[in-house]
Design a protein around this ligand. Structure first.
Ligand code: EPU
Length: 343
C-alpha cells in the first residue's frame, strides 16, 4: 500500500490549506483496508477529494485516502444498477450516466468531490438529493474488519445528513456506492432557474443548465479556493418563520414535508451585510454569500474566525444559529466549530 509520512495536504483540500499529516495511507483494496484496521489507529480522517473539509489546525490527523476505482453497470426491465468505486470523480460519473442514458442525477452535475463522499453528506442541488438514487452502500468497518452493506433506509438520509456522519463517523470507509436508476425517468425542473427549460426536456438539457447556473454563481475551486456552501440552510418552525416573514416579507423560504420551513443561509448572510466581506486573505464570495474563499495563504484558523464572525452577525440580526456544512478537522480528528475556534 502506498504510504507517505509527514505529508502536506495543501493540494488535497479545495480550501488549499497547508496542514501536515504525520501519515497518509492510500488503500486500494480490501486487504489494504484490513491492514489499516489491524493498526487500530486512535484518530484518523477519511479524505475523498477534500472539497467539504476544513483543516483548522496546522497539524492534521492520520489520513486514509481510499483509491478504489471502477464502474459496473447491470440492468433489468425496470432499472439500471450501477456499482461505483469510492474514488471515482463525482462529476465524471454524472457525465457517464447521462451519456449512457441512465438518468436521475443530472441535477447534481459539477458538484466537486468523489463518489464515496456523496452519500456521507447526502449531496443535493436543484431539487435532487443523491440518497434518492442510492440502493445501498458498501462500508468497510474497521472494528469488525469486514465489508457491510447499508441499504438506502439504513443510510438514514436527510438534508445534508446520513448515518456516515452520525453513528458511523470515524468507524470505517465507504468502498462502493450502488445506484439504482429507474428507466421511467421523470425530469426534476421545479427549482428556480430550471423551470425556464422548454419541454420536452432531456437529461442532457438539465445537466447543461445546471452547469451554467453553477458556473454563474459558484466559484471554481481551482481558481478561488473554497468548499462550496460553508453553512447548511437552517430549518425553523412554521411559527418562527411567520414572525420572520412579517419582519422581512421578501425572505426566500422552502416549506418542508414535516411542517418546518427551510431558509436560505446565503440570503441571511447577505442581509447581515456580509456578502463580499473580507478579513485579510479570507472572505465571503461576492456572488453567493454561502461560499467562503481563501484568497491567498490563509490558515484554517483564519477561515474559522471568519465563519464565527458570520455566525455571530446572523444570530444577532435574525436569532438564527447557522450550522456548518463543511467538516472541521483538527489534529485529533473532527471537531465542532465552537471548539475549533478555541485552539
Ligand atoms: N441568496 C441570496 N444571497 C446570496 C445567496 C443566495 O439572497 O448570496 C438567495 C437566492 O437569491 C435564493 C436563495 O437564497 O433566493 C437560495 O439560493 P441558491 O438557489 O443559490 O441556493 P442555496 O440555498 O444558497 C443550496 C445548496 C447548494 C446548491 C443550491 C442549488 C445548501 C447548503 N446549499 O444553496 O449546494 O447548489 O442550493 O440547489 O443547501 C453545496 O452544498 O456546496 C452547494 C453549493
Amino acid at each position: 500500500m502506498k504510504i507517505r509520512n509527514h505529508f502536506s495536504l495543501k493540494t488535497l483540500n479545495s480550501f488549499n490549506i497547508q496542514a501536515i499529516t504525520p501519515q497518509i495511507l492510500f488503500p486500494s483494496n480490501i486487504a489494504e483496508l484490513t491492514e489499516i484496521a489491524t493498526k487500530h489507529l486512535s484518530s484518523f480522517y477519511v479524505l475523498g477529494e477534500g472539497s467539504n473539509t476544513l483543516f483548522c489546525e496546522d497539524e492534521a490527523p492520520t489520513i486514509v485516502k481510499p483509491c478504489f476505482k471502477g464502474v459496473e453497470v447491470n440492468e433489468d426491465d425496470s432499472n439500471f444498477y450501477v456499482k461505483v468505486a469510492c474514488a471515482e470523480n463525482w462529476h465524471e460519473f454524472v457525465e457517464f450516466c447521462v451519456k449512457n442514458e441512465m438518468y436521475g442525477i443530472e441535477n447534481l452535475a459539477l458538484i466537486p468531490g468523489s463518489v464515496g463522499a456523496a452519500p456521507v453528506q447526502n449531496i443535493g442541488a436543484y431539487g435532487v438529493e443523491v440518497g434518492d438514487f442510492i440502493d445501498r452502500v458498501s462500508w468497510f468497518d474497521f472494528n469488525k474488519q469486514e465489508l457491510i452493506e447499508y441499504s438506502q433506509a439504513q443510510c438514514k438520509f436527510s438534508y445534508r445528513e446520513s448515518i456516515f456522519k452520525q453513528r458511523l463517523k470515524g468507524a470505517g470507509v465507504i468502498t462502493h456506492v450502488h445506484f439504482k436508476f429507474p428507466k421511467n425517468w421523470q425530469p426534476v425542473i421545479s427549482y428556480q432557474g430550471l423551470n425556464s427549460l422548454n419541454s420536452p426536456v432531456s437529461a442532457q438539457d438539465i445537466m447543461l443548465k445546471v452547469i451554467e447556473l453553477r458556473q454563474s454563481k459558484l466559484p471554481d475551486p481551482k481558481v478561488l479556493a473554497n468548499a462550496g456552501s460553508f453553512f447548511k440552510n437552517p430549518l425553523v418552525t412554521n411559527a418562527r418563520f411567520g414572525l420572520l416573514k412579517s419582519q422581512y416579507p421578501e425572505i426566500p423560504f422552502y416549506p418542508q414535508n414535516n411542517g418546518e420551513v427551510k431558509l436560505a443561509a446565503g440570503w441571511l448572510i447577505e442581509q447581515a451585510g456580509l456578502k463580499g466581506y473580507r478579513q485579510g486573505d479570507v472572505g465571503v464570495h461576492e456572488k453567493q454569500a454561502l461560499v467562503l474563499i481563501n484568497y491567498g495563504e490563509s490558515t484554517g484558523q483564519d477561515i474559522v474566525k471568519l465563519a464565527q464572525h458570520i455566525q455571530k452577525e446572523v444570530k444577532m440580526q435574525f436569532g438564527i444559529e447557522l450550522v456548518t456544512e463543511v467538516r472541521f478537522i483538527g489534529h485529533q480528528g473532527e471537531v465542532d466549530n465552537v471548539s475549533a475556534g478555541n485552539s
